[in-house]
Write a protein that binds this ligand. Structure first.
Ligand code: 6R9
Length: 695
C-alpha cells in the first residue's frame, strides 16, 4: 500500500522506479508493443454524441472544411444556434489572408461584416435555450470541504455586475484589463465580463512574480487590474495582493499609473485585514460588485475586433502579447469542445489548467460554456491533501471528461496505482492530454489505470497562438497510437517542411507548419505586428511556422517531437531560454549565462543553466541559491533552474555565437554525441565543461 501523505513528486517517482524492478521491464515491453504495434482501438461501445464515429466520416467533413469553409462554418453556426447579431457577409469569401511576408503585411480575417459577442453566446444564449438553472461552474476549493456552484443564470448575473462595475470606472470597448487571480469562479466571470463589454482581457498566471506582472502591465498600459487577497495552493500561501502592490510600484516607477485595483477577498486563504490598501486605487470586491445591477447590455463586436491577449514566451526577448479576435476564436472554441471532448449539456467537464494559460481560456472557460456544459474550476493542486485528490474530485462531482497535462499524469503515476483505484471513476467517459508530448508509458497508464480502458484519450496538440486544438484524435473515430496526436482537426491544413521549406510527402520528419488560416488563429502580437510577422512567417514564406518538430508515419499519424527553437517546455509551461538568461545576467557575480532544456522524468523538460562568473566571484552553494532566487523573483517559481553549472567558459563560434547544441548534449550527459566541435573558437572548452560538470 502506498504512503498516505503526498510526498515531493520527484522522490516518489524515483522510489517507484527503484522498487518496481521486474514490473518495470514488463511495462517497457508493453510500451514498445503499443508504440510499434497496431493502434489502440477506441473503447467498445463508445458512441460519440457528434456522430463522427469513423475515419471516413471525419475525412468527408475535413475535406469539406478546407474546400468549402463557408458552407462548413455556416453549418457549425446553425447547428449550434450560435448568435450573430449581424450575419457575416455571405457574398464574400469567409476568410481572406496573406501569409507571404514578401507580399506586404501578414493579414488574416474571418467572417467579414459579422457582429457577435462571446459572453452573450456563452451565457445569454444558453439561458435562452433553457439552461438557466443548469450548473455552469462547479468550484472545488483547495480544501476538500470547500465547494460551490453557479448556475448559468447566476453566472450571468455575476458577470453583468462585474461588467457594470468595470464600465463605472471607465472601461470601454477596446480597453485592456489585467487579471491576476487564483482559480475562483470570479476569475472566469471577470474574463466573461470583459468580453461582454468589448474590453480586452489579459490574464496573468497568479504564479508569476511582481516583475513579470509589471512587465505585462507596462506592455499593455492597462489602467485596471483585478486581483485577490491571496491563495492557498496545498499548504503554501501566496500573498497575491502584496505581489500586486510591488508590481504596481514598479509600474509607478516607470511612469504608468494603474487607476483601479479591484481586490477579491479570498477568505479561506488571506483575510482582508492582512492586506495593505491604497486609498483611491484599491477597491474591495464586495463593496464594488455586490450592489451593481444584474443586467448589462452586451457590446456587439465586429468579427475581427480584439477579444483577449495572453502573454507567452518566445525564443527571444520579452514575452509577447498574443492577440485573438472575436468570431473566429469563438467558433474554434465551440467546435473543438463539441467534437474533441464530445461535449453536450449535462456533462461535467474538468480541465485542470489554470486560467492563466491558454488552455484555461479555451478549454476551461469559453469552449465548455459555449457548449452548455458544466465546467469545474479547481483552486488546489493534484497532490493535496493526498495524491488521490483528482480521483476523489471526479467521484464527488461525477466528472465525465477529464483534461490534464502529461506532467500531472507522470507525477500521479509515480505515487502508485492504489491512489487511483480506491476511487470509482465510473463517471469518466473521456480523457485528454495537452501541453507537451506525452510519453507512451504515461499514455498507457492513463488509459489502463485511470480510464480502465473504457475512455478514449485525446492527445491534443495546439498552442497559445492557435487559440484552439489543431491536431487531435476524434474520440471513437479511429485507433489511437500512444504518443501521437493523430490527425488535423477541421479547417486545419498541416504540412511537414524540410530544412529548406519544401513540403514533404508521406512518411517524413521535419518542421510543423500550417498552410492556411483557421478561424481561431492569432492575428497579431499586441502593439508589435512586425514581431508577429518575423516570429511566425519569416522562417518559411507562405506558412505559419509553429516552432515544433514533427514526424508523420506511414499511416499518416502526426507525432509532435517538441520545440525546435529556444523555448523550453517545463511541466507544460513555455519558458524562453532568453528570459531565464537575462534574469541570471542581472546578478553582479554572473558574467554570462546560457540556458538549455534537458530531459526530466516528471516535468518533461528541466532547466539547466550554464553560468560563467565575474573575476573574483566564488562558485559556491550560496551563490547557486541566490541565482535560483533571482529567477524566481524575476519570472516566477515555475521557471527556477533545476541545475546551475558554474562553467569555466561557454562554447562559442568564432563570430561569438553560443553553440547551444553542445550545451544540450553536455546537460544530457550525451558526451559521445557532441559531433563536430571544430567550428568553435576554442574547442578545448568542451572537455573543460565536461570535467567541471563531473566535479
Ligand atoms: C496548449 C498549449 C504550446 C507548445 C507547443 C508544443 C507543446 C502542446 C502538445 C504539445 C506535443 C501535445 N505542446 N500540446 N506537444 N503534444 N499534445 O500548451 O499552449 O503553452 O502555448 O504551448 O506546447 O511544443 O508548441 P502553449
Amino acid at each position: 500500500r502506498c504512503r498516505k501523505t503526498a510526498e515531493p513528486l520527484l522522490s516518489a517517482f524515483a522510489a517507484r522506479r527503484d522498487s518496481l524492478g521486474r514490473v518495470k521491464a514488463t511495462r517497457r515491453k508493453m510500451v514498445k508493443q503499443a508504440v510499434g504495434g497496431d493502434p489502440v482501438a477506441p473503447p467498445e461501445g463508445f458512441a460519440p454524441n457528434s456522430g463522427v464515429d469513423s475515419y471516413e466520416k471525419y475525412k468527408v467533413m475535413h475535406d469539406r472544411s478546407l474546400e468549402d469553409p463557408k458552407g462548413f462554418w455556416s453549418d457549425v453556426i446553425e447547428e449550434g444556434g450560435l448568435h450573430f447579431e449581424e450575419d457575416f457577409d455571405r457574398s464574400q469569401d469567409v476568410f481572406s489572408y496573406n501569409y507571404h511576408h514578401t507580399k506586404g503585411p501578414i493579414d488574416i480575417k474571418w467572417f467579414p461584416g459579422g457582429k457577435t459577442n462571446l459572453s452573450y453566446n456563452a451565457l445569454d444564449r444558453n439561458i435562452k435555450q433553457g439552461r438557466g438553472d443548469q450548473v455552469a461552474i462547479i468550484w472545488e476549493g483547495n480544501e476538500p470541504t470547500d465547494s460551490s456552484t453557479l448556475t448559468y443564470q447566476e453566472l450571468k448575473d455575476l458577470v453583468c455586475q462585474i461588467s457594470n462595475y468595470l464600465k463605472s470606472v471607465g472601461v470601454k470597448r477596446g480597453d485592456r484589463v489585467n487579471i491576476y487571480m487564483p482559480m475562483l469562479p470570479e476569475l472566469p466571470a471577470t474574463m466573461l465580463a470583459c468580453t461582454r463589454i468589448g474590453a480586452i482581457h489579459s490574464v496573468v498566471f497568479a504564479g508569476f512574480s511582481a516583475n513579470s506582472l509589471s512587465d505585462r502591465i507596462l506592455d499593455n498600459k492597462s489602467e485596471v487590474l483585478v486581483t485577490a487577497s491571496g491563495v492557498l495552493r496545498g499548504k503554501k500561501l501566496i500573498p497575491l495582493k502584496q505581489i500586486v502592490d510591488d508590481a504596481l510600484e514598479i509600474c509607478e516607477g516607470a511612469g504608468h499609473h494603474v487607476k483601479t485595483c479591484l481586490v477579491l477577498e479570498n477568505k479561506h486563504a488571506l483575510a482582508k485585514g492582512k492586506c495593505s490598501v491604497k486609498d483611491g486605487r484599491d477597491v474591495w470586491w464586495e463593496q464594488a460588485i455586490t450592489s451593481q445591477p444584474k443586467e448589462c447590455d452586451v457590446e456587439w463586436m465586429d468579427s475581427e475586433d480584439p477579444l483577449f491577449m495572453l502573454y507567452t514566451s518566445g525564443s527571444t526577448g520579452k514575452p509577447k502579447g498574443v492577440l485573438h479576435t472575436t468570431a473566429g476564436y469563438m467558433l474554434g472554441a465551440y467546435t473543438t469542445v463539441k467534437y474533441i471532448f464530445d461535449a453536450k449539456p449535462g456533462d461535467i467537464y474538468w480541465c485542470t489548467a489554470d486560467c492563466g494559460w491558454v488552455t484555461g481560456h479555451t478549454y476551461l472557460t469559453y469552449g465548455p460554456l459555449l457548449n452548455g456544459v458544466t465546467t469545474l474550476v479547481f483552486e488546489g493542486v493534484p497532490t493535496y491533501p493526498d495524491a488521490g485528490r483528482c480521483w476523489s474530485i471526479v467521484d464527488k462531482h461525477k466528472v465525465t471528461q477529464f483534461y490534464t497535462a502529461p506532467t500531472a499524469i507522470r507525477s500521479l503515476m509515480g505515487f502508485g496505482n492504489d491512489w487511483v483505484k480506491e476511487h470509482k471513476r465510473t463517471s469518466l467517459r473521456l480523457l485528454g492530454s495537452v501541453g507537451e508530448p506525452i510519453n507512451p508509458e504515461a499514455w498507457l497508464w492513463y488509459h489502463e489505470v485511470v480510464g480502465n480502458k473504457n475512455c478514449p484519450i485525446v492527445d491534443t496538440w495546439w498552442q497559445t497562438e492557435t487559440g484552439g486544438i489543431m491536431i487531435t484524435p476524434l474520440p471513437g473515430a479511429w485507433g489511437m497510437k500512444p504518443g501521437s496526436a493523430t490527425f488535423p482537426f477541421f479547417g486545419v491544413k498541416p504540412v511537414v517542411l524540410d530544412e529548406k521549406g519544401n513540403e514533404q510527402e508521406g512518411a517524413c520528419e521535419g518542421y510543423l507548419a500550417i498552410k492556411q488560416p483557421w478561424p481561431s488563429q492569432m492575428r497579431s502580437i499586441y502593439g508589435d505586428h512586425p514581431r508577429f510577422e518575423t516570429v511566425y512567417f519569416k522562417h518559411y514564406d507562405g506558412y505559419y511556422f509553429t516552432g515544433d518538430g514533427c514526424r508523420r508515419d506511414e499511416d499518416g499519424y502526426y507525432w509532435i517531437t517538441g520545440r525546435v527553437d529556444d523555448v523550453i517546455n517545463v511541466s507544460g509551461h513555455r519558458i524562453g531560454t532568453a528570459e531565464v538568461e537575462s534574469a541570471l545576467d542581472m546578478h553582479h557575480s554572473c558574467c554570462e549565462a546560457a540556458v538549455v532544456g534537458y530531459e526530466h522524468p516528471v516535468k518533461g523538460q528541466g532547466i539547466y543553466a550554464f553560468v560563467t562568473l565575474m573575476d573574483g566571484a566564488e562558485a559556491n552553494e550560496d551563490l547557486r541559491k541566490e541565482l535560483v532566487m533571482l529567477v524566481r523573483s524575476e519570472i516566477g517559481a515555475f521557471a527556477a533552474p533545476d541545475a546551475i553549472h558554474f562553467a569555466p567558459g561557454l562554447p562559442k563560434t568564432r563570430s561569438g555565437k553560443i553553440m547551444r547544441r553542445i550545451l544540450r548534449k553536455i546537460a544530457s550527459n550525451e558526451y559521445d554525441q557532441l559531433s563536430d566541435t571544430s567550428t568553435l573558437a576554442d574547442p578545448s572548452i568542451v572537455q573543460k565543461l565536461i570535467d567541471s560538470k563531473q566535479k
